[in-house]
Design a protein around this ligand. Structure first.
Ligand code: SAM
Length: 284
């Protein structure tokens, strides 16, 4: 069922929501596309969806039309709030909107689940803070993540980095952080022309579901440090790039069973996890 709200082009005109670069605004106006993205997230009927940056409400309407039990959204741009109030009215107040910066939000306080609902994040992320938000959600130290899934639009190049496998140019820090305790795939490719205004590059929606870590004894912060140092100098051999760690790099590599001449981009996610485990043990 579609809603009875005006087309998004009209909403943008009525509320004067010309896209601002400073807010990373590129809007989706095709409700068939936004419903398709909402369906990637799965059955929403028992889910509270957290949406960052609803803007004029294209994806929000897709989520509500696809049956989300509730949508809780955080939008930085106050100009969008009246348009979003209309959406909430049309959908029996299943939408709540807060004005603010998603980087500062304590999501579990904001979403306040009443019991049993799944919490999912679905968002067409502002490109200027998209990666920072993803890192915020992926690097929780205590891995009982509050969300059941992430369905997120990124620039295609960032999406490729998240799902990349070893040996490819795109493989790096984001790939390891996303894959060591989660399953992730590219679910929808979205051409630049689907946005108003069209950005310079294509985009893609990734779908991520958390799972048990490859090694539950590994601390997130140890893995982050090892990965950051290794990819900080990705062309160098690990015996050189890991030198800046406060342990003996050669001993670390030997104990983890990794050749000192390997380069960061050749190491599997499992091998990074092993390195982090040995590093953590050496430091404790
Ligand atoms: N969801 C809408 C759509 O799909 O058409 C808009 C997506 S647009 C790429 C990103 C949205 O995030 C904009 O509405 C922008 O104002 C908002 N935004 C930018 N930075 C933000 C932040 N730090 N916290 C919350 N919202 C932000």
């Amino acid at each position: 069922m579609s809603d009875t709200l005006p087309p998004l082009r009209e909403v943008i005109r009525e509320f004067d929501l010309r896209a601002k670069k400073s807010f990373g605004q590129n809007f989706l106006l095709d409700l068939n596309l936004t419903r398709k993205i909402a369906r990637v997230a799965g059955d929403l009927s028992d889910s509270i969806v957290y949406e960052v940056g609803p803007g004029p409400g294209g994806l929000t309407r897709g989520l509500l039309a696809e049956g989300a039990k509730r949508v809780v959204a955080v939008e930085m741009d106050a100009r969008c709030l009246p348009a979003l109030a209309q959406v909430s009215l049309a959908y029996d107040a299943r939408l709540s909107v807060f004005q603010g910066d998603a980087l500062e939000v304590n999501e579990t306080e904001l979403l306040a689940p009443q019991g049993g609902e799944k919490l999912r994040i679905v968002s067409n992320l502002p490109y200027n803070v998209g990666t920072l938000l993803l890192i915020k959600w992926l690097t929780l130290e205590d891995w009982k993540p509050w969300f059941s899934s992430l369905t997120l639009m990124f620039q295609r190049e960032v999406a490729e980095r998240i799902v990349a496998k070893p040996g490819s140019k795109a493989y790096g820090r984001l790939s390891v952080l996303a894959q060591w305790r989660g399953k992730v795939k590219i679910a929808v490719n979205v051409p630049a022309a689907a946005f108003t205004p069209p950005p310079k590059v294509a985009s893609a929606v990734i779908h991520y579901e958390p799972c048990a870590p490859m090694d539950a004894a590994v601390k997130q912060k140890d893995l982050e440090l090892v990965v950051e140092r290794a990819f900080g100098q990705r062309r160098k051999m690990l015996r050189a790039s890991l030198k800046s760690l406060p342990v003996n790099a050669l001993d670390l590599l030997a104990e983890a069973g990794i050749r000192e001449t390997s380069r960061a981009e050749d190491l599997s996610v499992e091998e990074f996890v092993r390195l982090a485990r040995v590093y953590g043990k050496t430091r404790s």
